[in-house]
Design a protein around this ligand. Structure first.
Ligand SMILES: Cc1cc2nc3c(=O)[nH]c(=O)nc-3n(C[C@H](O)[C@H](O)[C@H](O)COP(=O)(O)OP(=O)(O)OC[C@H]3O[C@@H](n4cnc5c(N)ncnc54)[C@H](O)[C@@H]3O)c2cc1C
Length: 323
């Protein structure tokens, strides 16, 4: 019987493990891909303490720290969770079963891809899934943003501060973003929305992206193909949170399938905590800093839950066992 099982070994899960060790919790971390999405980041520029670091290198450092603090890590996939009298029973792909008093779900998000020619080839060479992660300098650059929701609109506004031109490519007839973002877009002459359109191909010189093909429908509903010369492609078409495992437990989710939490980051089911990208966007942003913060917070909540403490606080508690 574990005090805690952490599901997911990205930055949120690894941080939760480091803190669980500090709190003296008997815990196990089960993750399919150690480092999670962080391993895909070629160049992390916004993680404090490192001016610039490769995602795999940051993963190795977090993993080493988690192990050094005493964390036990299993590379496996959790496929089932059931509520039992003493807590929860977890089953894995490798036919293992574990009992635990509490759970932290840190299974991240699988970002949607367009699955078009050139997309995989130019990831990190002009094709990005995260404008917040970039070099923040788009001066004299032309960018396209694919998508029509809040993430796409926010990216267009952010990039539109400095870029020469930003095209939003959206398949619908009206953006789905909040009105505040739609207003910023409408007021910025550098941003142009191309409606009824999809991206069909991304091209470049092998080293960096330089053009895209777009298929649009004109006012007579006829299809038109267009080439655009561009420097950057931001793909912001959402992602699928790894939260299906919690459905049978009745954990409340938001309409996008992300976990609903209260202001203390607790879920609707006692003993079940969450960290990282799976948390509803109201309380989290899809970034490594946010993931590590909520990983620490979740471990703190578990500690308080197990101690039956009524007022969980991370920094003020004298109950914290420093490892
Ligand atoms: C290309 C790219 C570049 C990025 N660049 C940056 C950047 O520069 N700066 C930044 O701050 N952020 C960046 N991000 C975002 C950042 O990587 C994520 O916000 C962060 O990794 C989320 O952490 P997480 O721990 O919540 O989830 P993830 O990193 O998604 O980790 C989830 C973990 O859960 C595991 N898992 C899923 N389901 C199960 C299951 N059923 N059983 C067991 N394990 C499971 C996965 O294998 C993985 O280990 C980037 C993302 C991408 C895709």
């Amino acid at each position: 019987m574990f005090d805690l099982i952490i599901i997911g070994a990205g930055p949120a899960g690894l941080t939760a493990s480091i803190y669980a060790s500090c709190f003296g919790l008997k815990h196990l971390l089960i993750g399919k891909l150690v480092g999670g999405q962080m391993t895909l980041a070629p160049d992390i520029l916004n993680y404090p303490g490192f001016t610039e670091i490769n995602g795999q290198e940051l993963t190795n450092k977090m993993l080493e720290q988690a192990k050094k603090r005493g964390g036990e890590i299993l590379t496996d996939l959790v496929i089932d969770i059931t509520k039992v009298e003493t807590g929860f029973l977890l089953k894995t792909e490798q036919n293992k079963a574990f009992e635990t008093k509490t759970i932290i779900l840190a299974t991240g998000v699988e970002r949607r891809k367009l699955n078009i020619p050139g997309e995989n080839e130019y990831v990190g060479k002009g094709v990005e899934y995260c404008a917040k992660c970039g070099k923040f300098d788009y001066l004299d650059k032309t960018a396209i943003v694919v998508g029509g929701g809040n993430a796409a609109a926010q990216t267009a506004v952010q990039v539109g501060h400095s870029a020469k031109k930003v095209f939003i490519i959206y398949r619908g007839t009206e953006l789905r973003c909040d009105t505040v973002w739609a207003k910023h877009i409408a007021e910025n002459p550098m941003i142009e929305v191309i409606y009824n359109s999809v991206l069909t191909e991304i091209s470049g010189d092998g080293q960096k992206v330089n053009s895209v093909k777009i298929k649009s429908k004109n006012s007579q509903n006829q299809e038109e193909l267009k080439d655009l010369v561009i420097d950057k492609v931001f793909i912001e078409v959402g992602g699928v949170p790894g939260t299906a495992l919690l459905l049978p437990l009745g954990v409340k989710m938001d309409p996008g399938g992300f976990i609903a939490v209260d202001e203390r980051l607790s879920t609707s089911v006692p003993g079940v905590y969450v960290a990282g990208d799976v948390i509803s966007h109201k309380y989290s942003i899809e970034q490594i800093t946010s993931a590590v913060g909520s990983g620490a917070r979740a471990a703190s909540l578990v500690f308080s839950f197990l101690k039956q403490s009524s007022a969980p606080t991370l920094w003020g508690s004298s109950q914290i066992k420093r490892g």
